[in-house]
Design a protein around this ligand. Structure first.
Ligand code: UD1
Ligand code: CA
Length: 466
Protein backbone atom coordinates (compact mmCIF):
# COMPACT_ATOMS: atom_id res chain seq x y z
CA UNK A 1 0.00 0.00 0.00
CA UNK A 2 1.31 3.45 -0.93
CA UNK A 3 1.01 6.48 1.30
CA UNK A 4 -0.41 9.66 -0.17
CA UNK A 5 1.34 12.94 0.60
CA UNK A 6 4.54 11.37 1.90
CA UNK A 7 7.99 12.66 1.01
CA UNK A 8 11.00 10.56 2.01
CA UNK A 9 14.48 12.01 2.34
CA UNK A 10 17.40 9.61 2.66
CA UNK A 11 20.64 11.05 4.01
CA UNK A 12 23.59 9.54 2.20
CA UNK A 13 26.16 12.29 1.79
CA UNK A 14 28.66 11.28 4.46
CA UNK A 15 31.94 9.53 3.76
CA UNK A 16 31.71 7.36 6.84
CA UNK A 17 35.17 7.86 8.28
CA UNK A 18 34.90 4.83 10.50
CA UNK A 19 34.63 2.55 7.45
CA UNK A 20 38.28 3.43 6.70
CA UNK A 21 37.52 3.41 3.00
CA UNK A 22 37.96 5.54 -0.09
CA UNK A 23 34.42 4.53 -0.98
CA UNK A 24 31.40 6.35 0.44
CA UNK A 25 29.78 4.34 3.20
CA UNK A 26 26.41 3.89 1.49
CA UNK A 27 28.11 2.24 -1.51
CA UNK A 28 29.37 -0.64 0.60
CA UNK A 29 27.38 -3.82 0.14
CA UNK A 30 25.45 -6.09 2.44
CA UNK A 31 23.22 -8.94 1.33
CA UNK A 32 24.32 -8.34 -2.27
CA UNK A 33 23.10 -4.74 -2.61
CA UNK A 34 24.63 -1.44 -1.64
CA UNK A 35 23.34 0.02 1.60
CA UNK A 36 21.66 2.88 -0.23
CA UNK A 37 19.84 0.51 -2.60
CA UNK A 38 18.33 -1.30 0.37
CA UNK A 39 16.99 1.90 1.88
CA UNK A 40 15.71 3.26 -1.44
CA UNK A 41 13.97 -0.04 -2.24
CA UNK A 42 12.23 0.05 1.13
CA UNK A 43 11.20 3.68 0.56
CA UNK A 44 9.78 2.74 -2.85
CA UNK A 45 7.33 0.45 -1.08
CA UNK A 46 5.82 3.52 0.60
CA UNK A 47 5.87 6.35 -1.88
CA UNK A 48 6.52 7.14 -5.52
CA UNK A 49 10.05 7.78 -6.87
CA UNK A 50 9.24 11.47 -7.51
CA UNK A 51 8.84 11.91 -3.77
CA UNK A 52 12.02 10.10 -2.71
CA UNK A 53 15.07 12.34 -2.37
CA UNK A 54 18.56 11.05 -1.68
CA UNK A 55 20.98 13.59 -0.23
CA UNK A 56 24.30 12.89 -1.93
CA UNK A 57 27.74 14.34 -1.28
CA UNK A 58 30.72 12.00 -1.13
CA UNK A 59 30.94 10.23 -4.49
CA UNK A 60 27.66 11.79 -5.47
CA UNK A 61 27.95 10.60 -9.07
CA UNK A 62 28.53 6.99 -8.11
CA UNK A 63 25.61 7.07 -5.70
CA UNK A 64 23.34 8.59 -8.36
CA UNK A 65 24.60 6.04 -10.88
CA UNK A 66 23.84 3.17 -8.51
CA UNK A 67 20.27 4.42 -8.16
CA UNK A 68 19.70 5.52 -11.76
CA UNK A 69 17.30 2.71 -12.67
CA UNK A 70 15.02 3.51 -9.75
CA UNK A 71 13.98 6.98 -10.84
CA UNK A 72 14.44 8.65 -7.45
CA UNK A 73 15.56 12.26 -7.00
CA UNK A 74 18.79 13.55 -5.54
CA UNK A 75 19.92 16.62 -3.65
CA UNK A 76 23.55 17.64 -3.55
CA UNK A 77 25.06 18.48 -0.17
CA UNK A 78 28.39 20.03 -1.06
CA UNK A 79 29.94 20.14 2.41
CA UNK A 80 28.83 17.61 4.97
CA UNK A 81 28.06 19.84 7.91
CA UNK A 82 25.76 17.41 9.66
CA UNK A 83 22.42 15.65 9.37
CA UNK A 84 20.51 18.91 9.94
CA UNK A 85 22.52 20.69 7.27
CA UNK A 86 21.76 17.85 4.85
CA UNK A 87 18.07 18.67 5.10
CA UNK A 88 18.60 22.42 4.94
CA UNK A 89 20.29 21.86 1.58
CA UNK A 90 17.05 20.29 0.36
CA UNK A 91 14.82 23.22 1.28
CA UNK A 92 14.34 24.40 -2.28
CA UNK A 93 13.38 20.99 -3.66
CA UNK A 94 11.39 19.83 -0.66
CA UNK A 95 9.70 22.62 1.21
CA UNK A 96 6.89 22.98 -1.34
CA UNK A 97 5.82 19.37 -0.94
CA UNK A 98 2.77 19.03 1.33
CA UNK A 99 1.95 16.38 3.91
CA UNK A 100 4.50 14.35 5.79
CA UNK A 101 8.26 14.33 5.62
CA UNK A 102 10.06 11.13 6.58
CA UNK A 103 13.81 11.07 7.12
CA UNK A 104 15.85 7.87 6.75
CA UNK A 105 19.59 7.35 6.98
CA UNK A 106 21.37 5.68 4.13
CA UNK A 107 23.49 3.65 6.51
CA UNK A 108 20.50 1.89 8.10
CA UNK A 109 19.51 -0.74 5.53
CA UNK A 110 17.57 -3.17 7.73
CA UNK A 111 14.50 -1.06 8.33
CA UNK A 112 11.33 -2.73 7.03
CA UNK A 113 8.52 -1.07 5.11
CA UNK A 114 6.05 -2.46 7.69
CA UNK A 115 7.74 -0.55 10.47
CA UNK A 116 7.80 2.63 8.39
CA UNK A 117 4.09 2.25 7.65
CA UNK A 118 3.40 1.85 11.37
CA UNK A 119 5.44 4.99 12.00
CA UNK A 120 3.36 6.98 9.53
CA UNK A 121 0.10 5.60 10.94
CA UNK A 122 1.20 6.28 14.53
CA UNK A 123 2.28 9.77 13.62
CA UNK A 124 -1.08 10.57 11.98
CA UNK A 125 -3.02 9.21 14.96
CA UNK A 126 -1.05 11.05 17.64
CA UNK A 127 -1.28 14.44 15.96
CA UNK A 128 2.31 15.11 17.07
CA UNK A 129 4.46 17.44 14.98
CA UNK A 130 7.26 14.90 14.90
CA UNK A 131 7.57 11.21 15.70
CA UNK A 132 10.98 9.63 16.31
CA UNK A 133 11.50 5.92 15.81
CA UNK A 134 13.39 4.56 18.82
CA UNK A 135 14.45 1.29 20.38
CA UNK A 136 16.10 0.02 23.55
CA UNK A 137 19.68 -1.16 23.34
CA UNK A 138 21.62 -2.95 26.06
CA UNK A 139 24.68 -1.16 24.77
CA UNK A 140 23.57 2.21 23.39
CA UNK A 141 27.14 3.47 22.87
CA UNK A 142 27.48 5.76 19.89
CA UNK A 143 23.77 6.45 19.42
CA UNK A 144 21.80 9.58 20.27
CA UNK A 145 19.86 9.12 23.55
CA UNK A 146 16.15 9.94 23.69
CA UNK A 147 15.14 12.08 26.69
CA UNK A 148 11.45 12.07 27.59
CA UNK A 149 9.18 13.70 30.13
CA UNK A 150 6.90 11.53 32.33
CA UNK A 151 4.09 11.83 29.76
CA UNK A 152 6.31 10.26 27.13
CA UNK A 153 6.92 13.42 25.16
CA UNK A 154 10.38 13.59 23.68
CA UNK A 155 12.22 16.61 25.07
CA UNK A 156 15.57 16.18 23.40
CA UNK A 157 17.96 13.82 21.68
CA UNK A 158 21.50 14.09 22.96
CA UNK A 159 24.43 12.73 21.03
CA UNK A 160 26.94 10.43 22.73
CA UNK A 161 29.65 13.09 22.74
CA UNK A 162 27.44 15.75 24.29
CA UNK A 163 25.66 13.59 26.85
CA UNK A 164 26.11 13.89 30.62
CA UNK A 165 26.95 10.72 32.57
CA UNK A 166 23.29 10.45 33.61
CA UNK A 167 22.09 10.80 30.04
CA UNK A 168 24.53 8.14 28.90
CA UNK A 169 22.63 5.65 31.08
CA UNK A 170 19.52 6.08 28.92
CA UNK A 171 19.07 2.99 26.82
CA UNK A 172 16.39 4.32 24.49
CA UNK A 173 18.18 5.43 21.34
CA UNK A 174 17.39 7.48 18.28
CA UNK A 175 17.20 5.31 15.18
CA UNK A 176 17.70 8.30 12.90
CA UNK A 177 14.26 7.73 11.41
CA UNK A 178 11.62 10.40 11.86
CA UNK A 179 8.26 11.47 10.56
CA UNK A 180 7.54 15.21 10.53
CA UNK A 181 4.64 17.45 9.62
CA UNK A 182 6.36 18.95 6.59
CA UNK A 183 5.15 22.53 6.96
CA UNK A 184 6.26 22.80 10.61
CA UNK A 185 9.54 21.14 9.80
CA UNK A 186 10.48 23.72 7.18
CA UNK A 187 9.33 26.50 9.45
CA UNK A 188 11.76 25.42 12.19
CA UNK A 189 14.73 23.62 10.63
CA UNK A 190 16.55 26.89 9.97
CA UNK A 191 16.92 27.41 13.70
CA UNK A 192 19.32 24.47 14.14
CA UNK A 193 22.75 25.79 15.02
CA UNK A 194 26.15 24.12 15.04
CA UNK A 195 26.71 24.66 18.74
CA UNK A 196 28.50 21.41 19.54
CA UNK A 197 32.15 20.36 19.59
CA UNK A 198 31.93 18.98 16.04
CA UNK A 199 30.49 22.29 14.75
CA UNK A 200 27.81 20.28 12.94
CA UNK A 201 24.14 21.03 12.37
CA UNK A 202 22.46 18.12 14.17
CA UNK A 203 19.03 17.24 12.85
CA UNK A 204 18.33 15.85 16.30
CA UNK A 205 18.36 19.40 17.71
CA UNK A 206 15.04 20.06 16.04
CA UNK A 207 13.37 18.08 18.82
CA UNK A 208 14.24 20.69 21.43
CA UNK A 209 13.41 23.51 19.02
CA UNK A 210 9.94 22.04 18.51
CA UNK A 211 9.47 21.62 22.26
CA UNK A 212 10.33 25.25 22.93
CA UNK A 213 7.76 26.44 20.40
CA UNK A 214 5.00 24.30 21.84
CA UNK A 215 5.06 21.44 19.32
CA UNK A 216 4.76 17.88 20.57
CA UNK A 217 7.36 15.27 19.64
CA UNK A 218 6.56 11.63 20.30
CA UNK A 219 8.60 8.45 20.14
CA UNK A 220 7.53 5.21 18.58
CA UNK A 221 9.55 2.46 20.17
CA UNK A 222 10.09 -0.80 18.31
CA UNK A 223 11.15 -4.10 19.87
CA UNK A 224 13.34 -5.41 17.09
CA UNK A 225 16.47 -3.35 17.56
CA UNK A 226 18.09 -5.13 14.62
CA UNK A 227 15.91 -3.13 12.24
CA UNK A 228 17.53 0.14 13.16
CA UNK A 229 21.15 -0.92 13.31
CA UNK A 230 23.21 1.82 11.73
CA UNK A 231 26.39 0.70 10.02
CA UNK A 232 29.47 2.69 10.98
CA UNK A 233 32.33 0.23 10.49
CA UNK A 234 33.11 -3.02 8.70
CA UNK A 235 32.36 -5.17 11.72
CA UNK A 236 28.80 -3.85 11.70
CA UNK A 237 28.71 -4.21 7.91
CA UNK A 238 29.51 -7.92 8.27
CA UNK A 239 26.85 -8.34 10.99
CA UNK A 240 24.22 -6.74 8.79
CA UNK A 241 25.34 -8.78 5.81
CA UNK A 242 24.91 -11.95 7.84
CA UNK A 243 21.43 -10.85 8.87
CA UNK A 244 20.37 -10.20 5.28
CA UNK A 245 21.75 -13.57 4.23
CA UNK A 246 19.94 -15.49 6.93
CA UNK A 247 16.67 -13.64 6.22
CA UNK A 248 16.99 -14.53 2.54
CA UNK A 249 17.84 -18.16 3.14
CA UNK A 250 14.96 -18.52 5.60
CA UNK A 251 12.52 -17.01 3.12
CA UNK A 252 13.73 -19.45 0.45
CA UNK A 253 13.45 -22.44 2.76
CA UNK A 254 9.92 -21.43 3.75
CA UNK A 255 9.10 -21.19 0.03
CA UNK A 256 10.19 -24.78 -0.57
CA UNK A 257 13.91 -24.65 -1.33
CA UNK A 258 16.18 -27.12 0.47
CA UNK A 259 19.30 -25.39 1.76
CA UNK A 260 21.89 -27.69 3.29
CA UNK A 261 23.93 -26.11 6.07
CA UNK A 262 22.22 -22.75 5.49
CA UNK A 263 24.77 -20.85 7.56
CA UNK A 264 27.42 -21.58 4.91
CA UNK A 265 25.65 -20.37 1.75
CA UNK A 266 25.66 -16.83 0.36
CA UNK A 267 22.52 -15.83 -1.49
CA UNK A 268 21.92 -12.25 -2.59
CA UNK A 269 18.60 -10.52 -1.92
CA UNK A 270 17.68 -10.34 -5.60
CA UNK A 271 18.01 -14.09 -6.28
CA UNK A 272 14.95 -16.22 -7.09
CA UNK A 273 14.91 -19.99 -6.65
CA UNK A 274 12.07 -22.37 -7.49
CA UNK A 275 10.49 -25.04 -5.30
CA UNK A 276 12.28 -28.31 -4.58
CA UNK A 277 15.62 -26.99 -5.67
CA UNK A 278 18.55 -28.04 -3.47
CA UNK A 279 21.37 -25.73 -2.52
CA UNK A 280 24.44 -27.52 -1.20
CA UNK A 281 26.85 -26.13 1.41
CA UNK A 282 29.03 -23.13 0.59
CA UNK A 283 27.23 -22.31 -2.66
CA UNK A 284 27.20 -18.62 -3.64
CA UNK A 285 24.22 -17.43 -5.67
CA UNK A 286 24.59 -13.81 -6.58
CA UNK A 287 23.16 -10.80 -8.34
CA UNK A 288 20.00 -11.16 -10.39
CA UNK A 289 20.16 -14.93 -10.72
CA UNK A 290 16.94 -16.85 -11.36
CA UNK A 291 16.85 -20.59 -10.75
CA UNK A 292 13.88 -22.79 -11.67
CA UNK A 293 12.30 -25.67 -9.80
CA UNK A 294 14.07 -28.95 -8.97
CA UNK A 295 17.56 -27.66 -9.65
CA UNK A 296 20.67 -28.59 -7.69
CA UNK A 297 23.44 -26.13 -7.01
CA UNK A 298 26.47 -28.09 -5.91
CA UNK A 299 28.78 -27.42 -3.02
CA UNK A 300 31.02 -24.38 -3.48
CA UNK A 301 29.46 -23.48 -6.84
CA UNK A 302 29.16 -19.81 -7.76
CA UNK A 303 26.23 -18.67 -9.88
CA UNK A 304 26.03 -14.98 -10.72
CA UNK A 305 23.58 -12.97 -12.84
CA UNK A 306 22.47 -16.12 -14.60
CA UNK A 307 19.25 -17.86 -15.55
CA UNK A 308 18.70 -21.54 -14.91
CA UNK A 309 15.61 -23.39 -16.11
CA UNK A 310 13.96 -26.40 -14.47
CA UNK A 311 15.91 -29.40 -13.14
CA UNK A 312 19.29 -27.96 -13.99
CA UNK A 313 22.20 -29.71 -12.27
CA UNK A 314 25.17 -27.60 -11.31
CA UNK A 315 27.99 -29.71 -9.91
CA UNK A 316 30.38 -28.70 -7.13
CA UNK A 317 32.99 -25.99 -7.74
CA UNK A 318 31.35 -24.75 -10.93
CA UNK A 319 31.40 -21.05 -11.78
CA UNK A 320 28.57 -19.61 -13.89
CA UNK A 321 28.44 -15.90 -14.70
CA UNK A 322 26.09 -13.95 -16.98
CA UNK A 323 24.99 -17.21 -18.57
CA UNK A 324 21.95 -19.31 -19.20
CA UNK A 325 21.19 -23.00 -18.73
CA UNK A 326 17.93 -24.41 -20.06
CA UNK A 327 15.82 -27.20 -18.58
CA UNK A 328 17.68 -30.32 -17.50
CA UNK A 329 21.07 -29.00 -18.53
CA UNK A 330 24.12 -30.13 -16.53
CA UNK A 331 27.27 -28.24 -15.71
CA UNK A 332 30.13 -29.31 -13.53
CA UNK A 333 31.75 -30.34 -11.39
CA UNK A 334 34.50 -27.83 -12.10
CA UNK A 335 33.02 -26.12 -15.18
CA UNK A 336 33.26 -22.45 -16.01
CA UNK A 337 30.55 -20.65 -17.99
CA UNK A 338 30.80 -16.95 -18.67
CA UNK A 339 29.89 -13.96 -20.83
CA UNK A 340 26.61 -15.13 -22.27
CA UNK A 341 27.27 -18.86 -22.43
CA UNK A 342 24.06 -20.68 -23.23
CA UNK A 343 23.67 -24.37 -22.48
CA UNK A 344 20.47 -25.57 -24.07
CA UNK A 345 18.05 -28.15 -22.75
CA UNK A 346 19.59 -31.43 -21.71
CA UNK A 347 23.11 -30.47 -22.76
CA UNK A 348 26.08 -31.46 -20.55
CA UNK A 349 29.20 -29.52 -19.68
CA UNK A 350 31.66 -31.52 -17.63
CA UNK A 351 34.79 -31.04 -15.58
CA UNK A 352 37.38 -28.48 -16.63
CA UNK A 353 35.31 -27.24 -19.55
CA UNK A 354 35.09 -23.51 -20.16
CA UNK A 355 32.39 -21.88 -22.28
CA UNK A 356 32.68 -18.23 -23.21
CA UNK A 357 30.09 -16.50 -25.42
CA UNK A 358 29.13 -19.93 -26.63
CA UNK A 359 25.88 -21.72 -27.33
CA UNK A 360 25.93 -25.45 -26.71
CA UNK A 361 22.84 -26.87 -28.44
CA UNK A 362 20.28 -29.17 -26.87
CA UNK A 363 21.54 -32.60 -25.85
CA UNK A 364 25.11 -31.77 -26.87
CA UNK A 365 27.99 -32.85 -24.65
CA UNK A 366 31.38 -31.43 -23.75
CA UNK A 367 32.29 -33.66 -20.86
CA UNK A 368 35.97 -33.06 -20.16
CA UNK A 369 38.80 -30.56 -20.53
CA UNK A 370 37.76 -28.18 -23.30
CA UNK A 371 37.73 -24.49 -24.18
CA UNK A 372 34.81 -23.39 -26.30
CA UNK A 373 34.85 -19.66 -26.99
CA UNK A 374 32.83 -17.50 -29.42
CA UNK A 375 31.20 -20.66 -30.68
CA UNK A 376 27.81 -21.68 -31.93
CA UNK A 377 27.42 -25.41 -31.43
CA UNK A 378 24.34 -27.20 -32.67
CA UNK A 379 22.25 -29.96 -31.15
CA UNK A 380 23.42 -33.46 -30.35
CA UNK A 381 27.07 -32.57 -30.86
CA UNK A 382 29.82 -34.47 -29.07
CA UNK A 383 32.86 -32.43 -28.13
CA UNK A 384 35.72 -34.75 -27.24
CA UNK A 385 38.06 -34.28 -24.30
CA UNK A 386 40.75 -31.70 -24.89
CA UNK A 387 38.97 -29.82 -27.69
CA UNK A 388 40.10 -26.23 -28.04
CA UNK A 389 38.59 -23.47 -30.13
CA UNK A 390 41.46 -21.19 -31.12
CA UNK A 391 39.30 -18.09 -31.16
CA UNK A 392 42.02 -15.49 -30.70
CA UNK A 393 44.81 -14.74 -33.16
CA UNK A 394 46.52 -12.22 -30.96
CA UNK A 395 44.56 -9.33 -32.38
CA UNK A 396 40.97 -10.40 -33.01
CA UNK A 397 38.43 -12.93 -31.78
CA UNK A 398 36.92 -15.28 -34.38
CA UNK A 399 33.84 -17.49 -34.40
CA UNK A 400 33.49 -21.25 -34.59
CA UNK A 401 30.33 -22.92 -35.91
CA UNK A 402 29.61 -26.58 -35.42
CA UNK A 403 26.51 -28.07 -37.04
CA UNK A 404 23.98 -30.44 -35.47
CA UNK A 405 25.10 -33.98 -34.77
CA UNK A 406 28.80 -33.36 -35.45
CA UNK A 407 31.40 -35.44 -33.63
CA UNK A 408 34.55 -33.62 -32.60
CA UNK A 409 37.27 -36.12 -31.73
CA UNK A 410 39.38 -35.74 -28.61
CA UNK A 411 42.13 -33.19 -28.60
CA UNK A 412 40.87 -31.37 -31.69
CA UNK A 413 42.19 -27.89 -32.31
CA UNK A 414 39.69 -25.76 -34.20
CA UNK A 415 41.39 -22.70 -35.64
CA UNK A 416 38.72 -20.01 -35.98
CA UNK A 417 37.08 -18.66 -38.02
CA UNK A 418 35.98 -22.16 -38.86
CA UNK A 419 32.86 -24.07 -39.72
CA UNK A 420 32.20 -27.75 -39.11
CA UNK A 421 29.19 -29.00 -41.05
CA UNK A 422 26.38 -30.93 -39.43
CA UNK A 423 27.00 -34.62 -39.05
CA UNK A 424 30.73 -34.17 -39.75
CA UNK A 425 33.32 -36.25 -37.89
CA UNK A 426 36.71 -34.96 -36.81
CA UNK A 427 39.50 -37.41 -36.13
CA UNK A 428 41.09 -37.19 -32.72
CA UNK A 429 44.09 -34.92 -32.45
CA UNK A 430 43.23 -32.95 -35.60
CA UNK A 431 44.26 -29.37 -36.15
CA UNK A 432 41.37 -28.08 -38.26
CA UNK A 433 42.04 -24.91 -40.25
CA UNK A 434 39.65 -25.37 -43.19
CA UNK A 435 35.88 -25.76 -43.18
CA UNK A 436 34.66 -29.37 -42.92
CA UNK A 437 31.55 -30.08 -45.07
CA UNK A 438 28.48 -31.75 -43.57
CA UNK A 439 28.85 -35.50 -43.03
CA UNK A 440 32.55 -35.45 -44.03
CA UNK A 441 35.50 -36.80 -42.06
CA UNK A 442 37.96 -34.07 -41.19
CA UNK A 443 41.46 -35.28 -40.40
CA UNK A 444 44.28 -32.89 -39.76
CA UNK A 445 47.18 -34.76 -38.24
CA UNK A 446 50.39 -36.44 -39.28
CA UNK A 447 49.89 -39.97 -40.65
CA UNK A 448 51.04 -42.66 -38.29
CA UNK A 449 54.06 -44.70 -39.34
CA UNK A 450 54.93 -48.06 -37.77
CA UNK A 451 58.51 -49.29 -38.25
CA UNK A 452 58.63 -53.06 -37.72
CA UNK A 453 61.24 -54.28 -35.24
CA UNK A 454 62.63 -50.78 -34.74
CA UNK A 455 62.48 -50.82 -30.95
CA UNK A 456 64.10 -54.22 -30.56
CA UNK A 457 66.97 -53.26 -32.86
CA UNK A 458 67.54 -50.06 -30.93
CA UNK A 459 67.77 -52.00 -27.67
CA UNK A 460 70.43 -54.28 -29.17
CA UNK A 461 72.52 -51.31 -30.33
CA UNK A 462 72.41 -49.58 -26.97
CA UNK A 463 73.26 -52.81 -25.07
CA UNK A 464 76.23 -53.48 -27.38
CA UNK A 465 77.58 -50.02 -26.69
CA UNK A 466 77.83 -50.68 -22.92
C1 UD1 B 1 22.96 9.77 13.88
C2 UD1 B 1 22.11 10.55 14.87
C3 UD1 B 1 22.01 9.76 16.16
C4 UD1 B 1 21.41 8.39 15.86
C5 UD1 B 1 22.22 7.68 14.80
C6 UD1 B 1 21.50 6.43 14.34
C7 UD1 B 1 22.47 12.94 14.40
C8 UD1 B 1 23.16 14.17 14.83
N1 UD1 B 1 22.70 11.84 15.13
O1 UD1 B 1 24.28 9.70 14.41
O2 UD1 B 1 21.17 10.44 17.09
O3 UD1 B 1 21.36 7.61 17.04
O4 UD1 B 1 22.41 8.49 13.64
O5 UD1 B 1 22.27 5.67 13.45
O6 UD1 B 1 21.72 12.96 13.45
N2 UD1 B 1 24.87 12.46 6.57
C9 UD1 B 1 24.70 13.33 5.53
N3 UD1 B 1 25.24 14.57 5.60
C10 UD1 B 1 25.95 15.00 6.68
C11 UD1 B 1 26.12 14.10 7.76
C12 UD1 B 1 25.56 12.84 7.69
O7 UD1 B 1 24.07 12.99 4.53
O8 UD1 B 1 26.40 16.14 6.65
C13 UD1 B 1 24.29 11.10 6.50
C14 UD1 B 1 25.36 10.02 6.53
O9 UD1 B 1 25.81 9.72 5.22
C15 UD1 B 1 24.63 8.85 7.16
C16 UD1 B 1 23.57 9.51 8.02
O10 UD1 B 1 23.47 10.86 7.59
O11 UD1 B 1 23.97 8.05 6.20
C17 UD1 B 1 23.92 9.46 9.50
O12 UD1 B 1 25.14 10.12 9.73
P1 UD1 B 1 26.19 9.62 10.80
O13 UD1 B 1 27.32 10.52 10.78
O14 UD1 B 1 26.43 8.17 10.66
O15 UD1 B 1 25.35 9.88 12.16
P2 UD1 B 1 25.59 9.21 13.57
O16 UD1 B 1 26.76 9.82 14.22
O17 UD1 B 1 25.58 7.75 13.45
CA1 CA C 1 25.48 6.33 11.74
Amino acid sequence: MMETDLTIVILAAGLGTRMKSAKAKVLHRAGGKTLIEHVVDTALELTSPERIFVVVGHQADQVRQTLSSRGVQSIKQRDQKGTGHALMEGREALSGLPGLLMVLYGDGPLISSDTLRRLVAGHRESAATATVLTTLLDDPTGYGRVLKDPDGRVLAIVEQKAATPDQLLVKEINSGIYCFAAAEFWEHVGRIEPNNPAREYYLTDIVEIFGKSGHVVRAMRIDDAAEVLGINNRVELAQVDRLFRSRKVEALMLAGVTVERPETVTIDCGVQIGMDSVIEPFARILGSTTIGEECTIGACAIVQNSRLGRAVQVGPFTIIQDSRLDDEAHAGPYSRLRMGAHVEAGAHVGNFVELKKTRLGAQSKAMHLAYLGDSDIGQGVNIGAGTITCNYDGAKKHATRIGDGAFVGSNSTLVAPIEIGSGAYLGAGSVITKAVPPDALGLGRAHQVNKEDWARRRRKVTQAGK
